[in-house]
Design a protein around this ligand. Structure first.
Ligand code: TXA
Ligand code: MG
Length: 315
């Protein structure tokens, strides 16, 4: 138990301090362009165990290793032509690649949950990049929220969920993309393991092939894609045209509502606002109704998160 969580500013001093804490095996939440990540040294089993502990996360759910560059990624995974094409097109950025581990990789088996593959990503956020360069090693980082709850897109969200449980938060304002990275599996036929910040259509264009789509409940290809996830405390109802009873309406497009994801129907803007809107409506304590969101481009990732937020809860 850590009594106070340090608030670090994202300047050279704060970043150096954060890197020190990570090297000591402690946990630091840091901004990425997608959501805030809860970082721990991926080579240090105890640090990774602290991540699972702080989040209350089921241990069968493996973590993404964040690295500073393509070269750094290649130290840990077996590279391929398809990985090269996707990295050229989308790194640094909101794309995670799952690739076979290399012998002698040195990554804790708690990161991979014992799989022989590793999820790697080079984030684009300048503070994340500076931190990874300073640490000079892979940083395991799930979203910095208690397991099953809404992902954090501000340092305030991180404090609300994990304050007192982690060493520090590196604060650099709200995240630009607002949705987690897209995860593509490249261990067999290329497959979409999680929709996210890079639209499926763009990935298919670069690979010049269709991706296999992950089937719900297929735990073999995408461990940890839990049905109920990103869940506010209140019930969530999707595709709502009007409100019922005591509901608050989270709108999209030109609708009368309590809060709007994007009045101009921009999916990019809606993605960036999604988790902050859920955090804030959750505080009203009222059930949440949500307008229909188109299912193309980033809309597919938004709808994936919303279906999980609305799914029946595990007790
Ligand atoms: O945008 C993001 O990806 C954020 C930021 C912090 O980078 N991170 C994030 O991590 O969303 P997390 O732990 O919340 O989600 C990681 C997902 C899980 O669904 C997990 O099952 C999947 O990645 N995953 C990790 N390693 C995998 C592997 N070897 N094979 C298949 N899926 C894997
Ligand atoms: Mg998460």
């Amino acid at each position: 138990m850590i009594p106070t969580t340090l608030e670090l500013t994202a300047d050279p001093n704060g970043i150096a301090r954060a890197a020190d804490l990570l090297r000591q095996g402690l946990l630091v939440a840091f901004p990425t362009e997608t959501v805030y990540g809860l970082g721990g040294d991926a080579r240090d089993g105890e640090a990774v165990a602290r991540i699972y502990e702080a989040k209350g996360r089921p241990s069968f759910n493996p973590l993404i290793a964040h690295v500073a560059s393509v070269e750094a990624a290649q130290r840990f995974v077996q590279w391929s032509d398809q990985a090269e094409r996707l990295a050229n097109a989308f790194w640094p950025g909101p794309l995670t690649l799952v690739l076979p581990l290399k012998p002698g990789h040195g990554v804790s088996s708690l990161v991979t949950a014992g799989l022989d593959t590793l999820a790697v990503r080079v984030p684009a956020h300048p503070t994340a990049r500076a931190l990874l360069a300073a640490v000079d090693g892979p940083v395991a980082a799930p979203s910095a929220n208690p397991s099953g709850q809404i992902s954090p897109t501000t340092a305030t969200h991180v404090h609300a969920g994990l304050g007192g449980r982690i060493a520090a938060v590196l604060d650099d304002g709200p995240c630009g993309v607002g949705l987690e990275s897209t995860i593509v599996g490249l261990t067999g036929e290329p497959s979409l393991l999680r929709p996210g910040g890079v639209a499926l259509e763009k990935i298919e264009t670069v690979l010049n092939t269709r991706l296999h789509l992950h089937k719900a409940g297929d735990m073999l290809t995408a461990p940890g894609q839990l049905q109920s996830h990103y869940a506010p405390d209140a019930p969530v109802r999707l595709n709502a045209e009007t409100v019922q009873g005591d509901e608050v309406l989270l709108g999209f497009g030109p609708v009368i509502c309590d809060m709007n994801l994007s009045e101009t129907s921009s999916l990019t803007e809606a993605a960036a606002n999604l988790f902050a809107a859920l955090h804030s409506l959750n505080k009203t304590g009222r059930p949440i109704a949500i307008s229909p969101i188109p299912d193309h481009g980033l809309g597919a990732a938004i709808n994936d998160r919303l279906r999980r937020a609305a799914a029946p809860r595990d007790s």
